[in-house]
Every structure is written in structure tokens, then in C-alpha cells.
Design a protein around this ligand. Structure first.
Ligand code: AMP
Length: 146
């Protein structure tokens, strides 16, 4: 049976993300693994207002990263997660999640089957992208309602 030592959880702050974190927490307890929560802030230049791309705003990106760290910290306090690492990165979520998993030597990535991008597909686009990109095991937690 596989044992996991470094578990990376992809947190998007959607209503469902608590289910994803709790599943990862159960596994971390079971395997006595280090748990890391990761949120990826998408660059404002990649966010579109209708057909018009927004100009890049580095200060806004920085503020979004700080807010994301604050929210991760609140999440970990609410769930009483101890000895947990919190990480915020900037970029494309599926690429950053796979990159950080590799860089940190994660042996398991835990991700929601769906998040903020909805339930239209069998797997959300981020989960699908991470499954293809990551070099380690990936657990897609089927979130309630999907
Ligand atoms: P989605 O592709 O939006 O349906 O999201 C599926 C899952 O990907 C979510 O449940 C999260 O686990 C993860 N995810 C999506 N966006 C992000 C993000 N910006 N940062 C970290 N994880 C994310």
C-alpha cells in the first residue's frame, strides 16, 4: 500500500474547498504526512472583462496574493490544522499546482473534482490539467453536488 509523506492541497476558496481540505487532512493523519495548502492567484492580465483584456496591474496582483495568504491562514485556523504549510503562487493554477508539487517533492496532490469553474464537465479544467501535468499521484475529491 502506498504511503504519502508530502500532501499538497489545491485550495480555490470555493464553497466546496472545505471538503477537499478535510479529505486531505484525513489522509495526512492516516499517513502522518506533511500537509501544504496552495492557492494560485491568476494574474490580472489573464482575467478578461468581456472581450477586453485588462492591463497588467502588479500592485493589484501583490494585494491579491496577500489576501489569499490571509484566507489560507483563516482556513487553516477554522479547521484547526496544525503544523501545516501555506503557500500562495501567481500564475496559471494547473501549471503552478503541478510545478509546486514537483518542486516540493509532493507525493500526492489533492484537488477538488470541481471548483469555481462549475460542474459542466466530468472533471473541472484545473483538476483535469493537474492530472495530465503532475508527476505524482493525484486525488480528485468528488465534491458534493457533482
Ligand atoms: P475547477 O477547475 O475550477 O473546477 O477547479 C477544480 C479544483 O482545482 C478546485 O476544487 C481546486 O482544488 C483546484 N483549483 C482551481 N483553481 C485553483 C486555484 N486558483 N488555486 C488552487 N487550486 C485551484
Amino acid at each position: 500500500m502506498a504511503t504519502y509523506q508530502q500532501i499538497l492541497v489545491a485550495v480555490d476558496f470555493s464553497d466546496e474547498c472545505r471538503q477537499v481540505i478535510e479529505k486531505a487532512q484525513e489522509l495526512a493523519v492516516q499517513f502522518d504526512a506533511q500537509l501544504t495548502l496552495l492557492h494560485v492567484v491568476e494574474y490580472t492580465s489573464t482575467i478578461y472583462a468581456g472581450d477586453i483584456p485588462l492591463p497588467e496591474d502588479l500592485e493589484l496582483d501583490q494585494r491579491m496574493a496577500e489576501q489569499a495568504m490571509q484566507r489560507l491562514s483563516e482556513c487553516s485556523q477554522k479547521l484547526a490544522l496544525e503544523g501545516i504549510q501555506l503557500l500562495v503562487e501567481m500564475g496559471v493554477p494547473k501549471l503552478e499546482i503541478a510545478r509546486i508539487a514537483d518542486q516540493r517533492g509532493a507525493d500526492l496532490v489533492v484537488i477538488g473534482s470541481h471548483g469555481r469553474h462549475g460542474l459542466q464537465l466530468l472533471l473541472g479544467s484545473t483538476a483535469n490539467g493537474v492530472l495530465h501535468q503532475a508527476k505524482c499521484d493525484v486525488l480528485a475529491v468528488r465534491v458534493e453536488g457533482s
